[in-house]
Design a protein around this ligand. Structure first.
Ligand code: SF4
Ligand code: SF4
Length: 207
């Protein structure tokens, strides 16, 4: 099966979308004086699922740049993660396991981390395609800061995820092109994205 590579212009664009997320995140974090520095938690053990082929392909752009020894360690940790998470899910528990890309408490593939890694933490809002408005309170540390802030919860700054989600959805549509309906929907952890290897072209799977 042929591997799906992001064309250079889409790779450049996803980098730009990711950079805009970081800017929007930092603006809210600065306004709340919120930082992960010294936090007793590490959100890299959160059970996050990812839904786009373009983010999967971009993650693999980064993975391909790793040296063999590091890649071997990451793949081994990813297999352990997948095995353990499946066992926990069967028992009805939500997995809380460290992401296989995390090394010594820090992201080992920082420039290729996924959207949720760049948006999780600060309060956020989202206007869904059906017009419904959602508000996310942010991580526990942020919620504590918001509670004591003079503007309170309703007046607290929030990162608007609407535009970045829309841009990522448009990029995904361009990446998969007019055959996008043929690709199965995905819902994977980062560990599964590693264990499963890079995304593959459906058409060539039938060849
Ligand atoms: S996002 Fe929040 S909970 Fe997570 S590490 Fe940062 S400050 Fe701590
Ligand atoms: S990709 Fe990096 S930032 Fe995201 S969960 Fe894994 S280690 Fe953490």
């Amino acid at each position: 099966m042929k591997e799906l590579f992001l064309p250079p212009e889409l790779s450049c664009e996803i980098r730009e979308i990711y950079a805009s997320m970081v800017t929007a995140y930092d603006e809210v974090a600065d306004a709340l004086a919120m930082s992960c520095q010294g936090c007793p938690d590490n959100c890299c053990d959160s059970y996050f699922l990812h839904y786009t082929y373009s983010e999967w392909a971009y993650l693999w752009e980064g993975i391909r740049g790793l040296d063999d020894a590091r890649l071997d360690r990451i793949i081994q940790r990813a297999h352990e993660y997948v095995d353990q998470s499946r066992r926990l899910i069967v028992r009805g528990e939500r997995p809380q396991l460290m992401c296989p890309l995390n090394e010594d408490g820090r992201c080992g593939l920082y420039s290729h981390r996924l959207m949720i890694c760049r948006t999780h933490g600060v309060p956020a809002t989202l206007t869904r395609p059906d017009g419904r408005h959602q508000r996310f309170p942010g991580c526990f540390r942020c919620q504590e800061l918001v509670k004591v802030s003079p503007d309170g919860e309703s007046g607290a700054p929030a990162m608007d995820r609407t535009i970045v989600y829309k841009r990522l959805a448009q990029l995904e549509a361009r990446f998969l092109g007019d055959r996008r309906g043929v690709f199965p929907r995905i819902k994977q952890t980062i560990a599964e994205m590693i264990v499963n290897g890079p995304p593959r072209d459906i058409k060539s799977a039938r060849d």
